[in-house]
Design a binder for this molecule. Structure first.
Ligand code: NAD
Ligand code: MG
Length: 350
């Protein structure tokens, strides 16, 4: 197919409609392996998401074949994009993540918890026994409600706090609401981000630049500053950075700047709050199949081939990072702070 990076609302609607229709029509799992929707160790699963089902994440399998590989259909999504409109639908662990009580009684706030990597962390945290508050944009309410239902299905407290992180006062309100409704806070996952590709610095408007900095950096600073006073020793902060922090693509200049800054923020903050017994770590994903990419994060021709250039030959699915977010939140990693964990399919740093 010929690359076409121009905005075309007609095409967008057709492809979006096709994607939704396909997802709805898929009674069988989108993925190659056989689906087990059994509910191991206390997980209830969610029949309404059966088209999401990957195999159980713990099952031994060739990592190359475990999930879909390119080519993918072009699918321009209107920003910020919905996971429910992606083809194939991402696996966030709806059917495939099994918990084992590693975060019992913990209280987590996850930004961007409606979709993608944040949703995978939210589902996993609930299955590990944590209560979870998620933040997202009002336009993402339908994705967010799926996550709320999955958290509640585990018998955990699920708190939905929509709002725009570019607003400083909303960020402090978000933390206050999360603390109040969860009855405390001991896991903060700064995960929301804005990624809009531009071929040249000349095409990054001041407004674009400001929106990217506000969402990815200012919000992290505002939220973390509001959260620390509520955190007891043993609490954790986890920031989502990216492989682009280490090798920035030329079309992601402003976004890559923020991801590199998140690495520095993580390492400096870890040194500051060690004396309070708070750990701070980062996660640096490679290409993951989430709404961030088809909603302006990449040109559509790059969506078609997404993940192809990695040694594993495919993008990661959000659930493939769930265990990393659980490990970093859990006391099992009590000596890990100021570190960045990677998941790049064989490419990229750290
Ligand atoms: P995603 O689109 O599912 O999640 C990003 C979320 O950011 C959105 O769901 C939205 O709720 C939130 N967001 C954006 N702007 C916001 C605003 N102004 N106010 C409130 N919320 C806002 O995509 P994802 O890929 O799961 O992204 C999660 C994190 O992973 C991001 O930090 C991203 O940079 C990082 N990451 C993703 C990839 C990838 O290939 N998908 C690679 C490396 C890093
Ligand atoms: Mg989203």
């Amino acid at each position: 197919m010929k690359p076409d990076n121009t905005f075309d609302p007609t095409r967008r609607q057709v492809v979006g409609g096709l994607a939704t229709g396909m997802a709805a029509a898929m009674a069988a799992p989108a993925f190659a392996q056989s689906s087990s929707s059994s509910s191991p160790s206390g997980n209830s699963g969610n029949p309404s998401n059966s088209y999401d089902a990957g195999g159980p994440i713990w099952q031994m399998q060739d990592p190359r074949d475990k999930y879909p590989e390119p080519p993918f259909p072009r699918q321009p999504l209107e920003w910020p994009g919905l996971a429910s409109e992606m083809t194939p639908r991402p696996d966030h662990g709806e059917e495939s993540y099994r918990g084992s009580g590693r975060l019992v009684g913990r209280k987590a706030l996850i930004t961007g918890g409606d979709s993608g990597i944040g949703r995978a962390a939210a589902i996993a945290y609930a299955r590990e026994g944590a209560d979870v508050a998620i933040n997202y944009l009002p336009a993402e309410e339908s994705d967010a409600q799926e996550v709320i239902q999955l958290i509640e299905a585990e018998g955990r407290n699920a708190v939905a706090i929509p709002g725009d992180l570019r607003d400083a006062s909303f960020c402090s309100e978000l933390v206050e609401q999360a603390v109040q409704q969860l009855g405390g806070l001991d896991i903060l996952v700064n995960n929301a981000a804005r990624q809009q590709w531009k071929p040249s610095i000349m095409e990054i408007s001041h407004e674009d630049f400001d929106d990217t900095m506000k969402t990815n950096l200012y919000a992290m600073y505002w939220i973390t500053q509001a959260a620390i006073p509520h955190m007891e020793p043993g609490s954790v902060i986890i920031n989502t950075t990216s492989v682009v922090a280490y090798d920035p693509p030329k079309i992601l200049l402003d976004y890559s700047m923020t991801k590199a800054a998140i690495v520095a923020f993580t390492k400096a903050l870890a040194k500051q709050v060690a004396e309070q017994g708070i750990r701070v770590n980062g996660v640096a994903p490679g290409p993951f199949w989430t709404p961030l990419q088809p909603s302006g994060g990449q040109p559509q021709d790059a969506v078609e081939t997404f993940g192809e250039s990695t040694p594993l030959g495919r993008p990661g699915q959000p659930v493939e990072l769930a265990g990393t977010y659980v490990l970093l939140a859990s006391p099992e990693s009590s000596y890990t702070t100021g570190n960045i964990h990677g998941a790049g399919g064989g490419a990229g740093d750290p």
